[in-house]
Design a protein around this ligand. Structure first.
Ligand code: COA
Ligand code: ZN
Length: 302
């Protein structure tokens, strides 16, 4: 087990994709710049999806053309081959693809059957091997689906097995609606780590039922060292009713660093990113540690 945790910052994609306030491209760019300054190792800038399906993500191509020249590894989400090609056209070489563990969630999210989606994922993964592109394959609603209820561990293990045959750079288990609990996380992730090793695995938790951070801890305990999180805890999926915010990056950083696991993230700069989100949303953003971080820690740190 290494003593380092890699965080993929997803506020600019998962954080913004379901918000109802109007957000301009300049604001999205400003957010990305602020988060890049916080030294997050990976940063998802947006998604190459149909603007009819997710209007909040329109213009990700333009955004991709004006990213900071240094800083994190920039990535984007693509729901299909067209999205993959659009992302590649802008030079993005770390791309997230999403398959849901259940038929209904998959249909609602990308309007395709699960069988067709696994076939499409195989095509994208094969293409990515030739293009030298890293694919992060997400298995959404891996614990519970808003339409079909609880997902059996055996289903997830089988689906992960199928995906792993096509060699993604990372397989991310996503608790899209925040319904997992630490015990289930520990058993699922321990099993996956024992089969595939920690390097190929990641976790993506939402905090709907206040178990986000506990689930991160359970996954850490199982050996997982790659996590998605969102500055300020903003997040949600337009096609998964009940999905609340992602686990907050500042909280995950606090958890990791206080447990002796380095993230490399500059907390003070990250709080500037959260402030940027507060301005964009017109409402205070921040994870569970936000009050302490801004009122106590900053005084100690300065
Ligand atoms: N980016 C931009 N436009 C796209 C696209 C992409 N990745 N994929 C398809 N389109 C366009 C097509 O060109 C077509 O445009 P037109 O109407 O001008 O001819 C239109 O979308 C419909 O294409 P089709 O292939 O029939 O798609 P669809 O209507 O079945 O929608 C998705 C499928 C995947 C494109 C759509 O459901 C989507 O973008 N979902 C995003 C889901 C998401 O982001 N979820 C949250 C994150 S997990
Ligand atoms: Zn999510």
């Amino acid at each position: 087990m290494t003593d380092r945790v890699t965080i993929k910052e997803v506020a600019a994609r998962d954080g913004l994709q379901a918000q109802s306030v109007e957000i301009t491209l300049d604001q999205r760019r400003e957010l990305i710049e602020a988060l890049a300054k916080a030294c997050v190792p990976e940063l998802e800038i947006g998604s190459f999806v149909s603007p009819k399906a997710v209007p909040q993500m329109a213009g990700t191509d333009e955004l991709a053309r004006s990213l900071p020249k240094t800083g994190p590894k920039f990535s984007a989400l693509a729901p299909n081959m067209k999205g993959y090609e659009l992302a590649r056209r802008e030079g993005i070489d770390q791309i997230a693809i999403v398959l849901s563990a259940t038929e209904q969630m998959n249909q609602n999210n990308i309007r395709k059957s699960l069988v067709d989606t696994f076939a499409m994922a195989g095509d994208i993964l094969a293409r990515a091997q030739d293009d030298d592109v890293e694919i992060h394959a997400y298995l959404a609603v891996a614990f519970e689906c808003p339409y079909e209820g609880k997902v059996a561990l055996s289903t997830v293990l089988e689906q992960v097995g199928e995906l792993m045959r096509n060699k993604p750079a990372r397989l991310v288990i996503a608790d899209t609606i925040g319904a997992a609990n630490p015990r289930d996380v520990k058993s699922m992730m321990s099993e996956l780590v024992s089969q595939y090793g920690p390097q190929l695995l990641g976790c993506h938790f939402h905090d709907t039922r206040a178990m986000g951070l506990a689930n991160v801890f359970a996954a850490l305990d199982a050996g997982v060292r790659q996590f998605d999180s969102s500055a300020g805890g903003l997040g949600g999926c337009p096609f998964a009713p009940g999905a609340k915010g992602n686990v907050a990056t500042e909280d995950v950083v606090m958890l990791c660093e206080s447990s002796g696991l380095a993230t490399g993230i500059d907390l003070e700069a990250l709080l500037q990113g959260v402030e940027c989100l507060t301005q964009m949303m017109g409402a205070q953003q921040g994870g569970r540690a936000h009050y302490w971080l801004t009122n106590n820690w900053q005084k100690i740190a300065n």
